[in-house]
Structure formats: structure tokens, C-alpha cells
Design a protein around this ligand. Sequence first.
Ligand SMILES: Cc1cc2nc3c(=O)[nH]c(=O)nc-3n(C[C@H](O)[C@H](O)[C@H](O)COP(=O)(O)OP(=O)(O)OC[C@H]3O[C@@H](n4cnc5c(N)ncnc54)[C@H](O)[C@@H]3O)c2cc1C
Length: 489
Amino acid sequence: MTSTGNSEPVIVWFRSDLRLSDHRPFVAAAASGRPLIACYVLDEQGPTTQWALGGASRWWLHHSLAALAASLEALGGRLVLRRGPALHALSALITETDACAVHCGASAEPHGMQTEKQISVELASRGGGLISHRGALLFQPEAIRNRKGDPFQVFTPYWKTLLRAPDPGLPLACPRSPVFYPGNVRSEALEALQLIPRAPDWSKGFKGLWMPGEQGARACVEEFLANRLSRYRNARDLPHAEATSGLSAHLRFGEISPREVWHILHNHLLQNPSTSSDAEAFLRQLGWREFSYYLLHYQPELPVTPFRASFAAFPWRRDPAALESWQNGQTGYPIVDAGMRQLWQTGWMHNRVRMVVASFLVKHLLIPWQDGARWFWDTLVDADLANNSAGWQWVAGCGADAAPYFRIFNPILQGKKFDKTGAYVYRWVPELSGLPLKYVHEPWHASSEILDAAGVCLGRDYPLPIVDHADARARALTAYREMGKKIPS
Ligand SMILES: Cc1cc2nc3c(=O)[nH]c(=O)nc-3n(C[C@H](O)[C@H](O)[C@H](O)COP(=O)(O)OP(=O)(O)OC[C@H]3O[C@@H](n4cnc5c(N)ncnc54)[C@H](O)[C@@H]3O)c2cc1C
């Protein structure tokens, strides 16, 4: 890799930033005036093995790569696909093409950073360079500290500090006419990566629902601004209202940058000041995304280790049968089952319901939050190491700024409060669709006449509750006491 003018190509290594707009590595590589090689490495080995993509994420990735490849082709380029480990794949690509540098988006995840370090050292030893560009977050974790200079542990002061920080810079436009490397570079076929489930194909419910890729991300933002934003603040907690953006997987795969979303929202606000409280509520959620990455930055063990050390002594139960009932949406609690079925069928679940099902697993069933996080990791199209780990720790009560551990969601009241019309349960638990609203969140209280009229035999068509709420609550509080926690009366 010794330089001989501007003819040696540079590699743009796409990672969790599958877009062309506001893509710093792509812009910097194009500005170098050298021919570009765009590449993606499916890295299922190396430091990422433990967090190899789950099934739903693989489905999303397949379509996102197809979309990125099409966008590059429209510019006259192509996407080279390789299998990892990233270090080997990039080294081979460099050897084959005499590329002099690799530009990539800096990872905001610990193992991704580790990979970058290794690659950087290796390429430097071979006379080349890895240039990583930040862009996965709005604000860099190192820059945000409390007055004492320590990392924040609580969201609200963290968020207030972010709001006082200078705006994230303006998004960068996609280079207009980048020059691509003309040589014939070997690439795996997308199909050969085997990201799509075959036998069985459980992804049928995903098709038509999602549009992975940059265009899909933009369409999603536009739809949100046009039809959902004005309802966001009041209805974002209602699972059937479809008032949230649905942007999470697009953000997860970097099909749109957070700062682009941030600026789109701010511009929209300037033109539609009446939506300010909705836009603020939405930006606050983007703030939770930042905060999750912030926590992961300062505690790389967040995905496996409780943030609050005292929780290591919690008396968790191993109960494979109960875990399976939860995974299959067969707990007998309709709001929980509706959520778990929405997850299985669509790869996504509403945030309120994520909290309810997670609470049910860790508090009603006393099953470790890590088991729930693993299931989400495999089944969510937006499975995101930072958001998922922080979300589960928050619900379990062991996270930073977590929900109080002694507050145990009552799944019946949660259903009645957030799914008042029962529409969410009727949709995802169709066997209860004939039940009157009064019983939809607690079918076991319906008389046998009502159940007969609705065509439901509990225990046959729909399960009886696998645990009694009051008993489970008492058991969870006992477990907290055992761990040495005080339960406020
Ligand atoms: C147990 C649990 C697990 C979760 N796992 C994930 C996960 O793997 N991936 C993921 O992206 N989110 C996760 N979340 C957070 C949240 O549920 C989703 O981000 C949200 O439901 C996505 O829908 P949306 O894009 O319509 O959200 P919107 O309400 O439109 O929010 C906009 C964006 O803000 C971010 N965001 C919203 N809420 C949160 C939050 N509580 N924490 C962090 N970021 C947030 C997301 O990037 C989201 O796309 C989890 C929450 C819980 C309680």
C-alpha cells in the first residue's frame, strides 16, 4: 500500500450506516478524488460473535443492503459484499485492489470500537489507514458530563445538558458524481449471505409493512410528519393509535442519520409551531436513544450485567415453560400476549407494550431480564444493543434512572388504561375478538355464558393466566426483600 498518485482506490466500509446522505465516510472518500470501492462486510465472527444479528435484523439487513446497492448503482457504483471477520475481509480487499485507505462510520458500540482499533493497527502496519468518522449519535458521550465532571446517571439532567449544547451540525449532502473504482472486484451475491429465513419463512408478516433502506426511512419520516406528529404527545403511549414514528429500525441500521432526523424536526417546527410540544416529546425520545448509547459507552457490560451491582444477588428463577409461554404470547394476560404476537408477526412492538411484557417476564415470572433481552434481540427488526439493554435494565429496576423496582405493572390495569377500546388486543389476539370489551383484558372474569357466546373456552382456545397477578406481585416483592431491598409501604 505505497502511494502512487491518485489512482489507488479508497474503500468506503459501510457498517450500521446503510445510507448515502449525511454519510461522512462517503463524503470524505469522494472528496479525496480517488476512485471509490463501497463495501459491506457481514461479520459474524470476531468480537461481534456474541451479538451476531438476530433473525429479524438479518431480514432487515438483507433488504437494506439491496436498497443501498441500488442507490450506489444509480450513481454508477456497486456494493461489494464480503463475509467477515472484518479485518480479514478488508485486508483481502486492500491486497486485491491496492486501496490506500478505508473510510468508515465510527461505531458507538464497544465491540465495534474494538474492531476499529484492531483494524486500524493492522492497516497502519501495512502502510494504510482506517479513517473513522463519527455520525451514529447526535452528541459524543465524552463531551457530556455533569458539573463534577462525572458521567450522568439520570436522564433528565443529561437531556437538559444536551438541549443547551450547540445544535448537531447540518447534515451532509450525498456526493453528486463520485468516481467509482473501475476494476472487477469480487463480491458475494446478496442471496449467498443467507440473511432471509427459508424453512420456515417466518417473515411473511414483515413484507408490505416495512420498507428497509434509505428511501424507506425518508418515507417513514414524511409519513410521521404528515399524519402522526400532531398526535405524538397525547397518543404515543397508546399501542393501537399508530402515533409513533416507526423509525427505530431505520435508525438502527443508519438508513437515516439522527442529525438528519433532528434537523428535519427542527425545520418542521419552524414552519408548524403548533406542533412544538409534540416535536419536543419526539426529540426527547431521540434523547433516550442517545442516553442508552451514553450508558453503554460508560458501561460496556450493560447488555449482560446489571447497572446496579446489588441486583446481581436477585433470586431469579429458571422456568423454561413459562419463558416459552411468554415468547409465544400464551400467558393468559391479553395485553402481554398481544404484544408478544405483534413482535413475532411484525418484528416490532409498541414501546408501552415492550414495558408491560418486559415487566411481566422479570417481575411476574422472575425470569432474568437477559433472557428477555435475548428474545427481543432475535425477534425485533430494530434490535439495538444500547436501546435494548438499557430498556430491559430500566424495566427490571436495575438500570440507571430505572423504574422503581417495587413498582410492578398490573397487566390488567395497563391494558384498561392504554388499550381502552380493546382494539390492540382484538387485533393481535383474535381468539378474544368476540368477547365484550369489559372482559377483554381479564377474560377469566367472564361468565361461562359470555365465554360461550364469544366462542372462547379458556384453557383450550386461550390460556388461563399462567400466574395469578396478586400472587406474582407478592412473590416479586418477597424476592426484592430477599435481595435486601426495602419495599416502601
Ligand atoms: C424492554 C425494552 C426493549 C427495547 N428494545 C429496543 C431496541 O432493541 N431497539 C430500539 O430501537 N428501541 C428499543 N426500545 C425502545 C423503544 O421501545 C423503541 O425505540 C420504540 O418503541 C420504537 O418505535 P418508534 O420508532 O415508533 O418510536 P418513537 O416514539 O417514534 O421514537 C423515535 C425514536 O427514538 C428512539 N427511542 C424511542 N423510545 C426510546 C427508548 N425508550 N429508549 C431508547 N430509544 C428510544 C428510537 O430510536 C425511536 O425510533 C426498547 C424499550 C424497552 C422498554
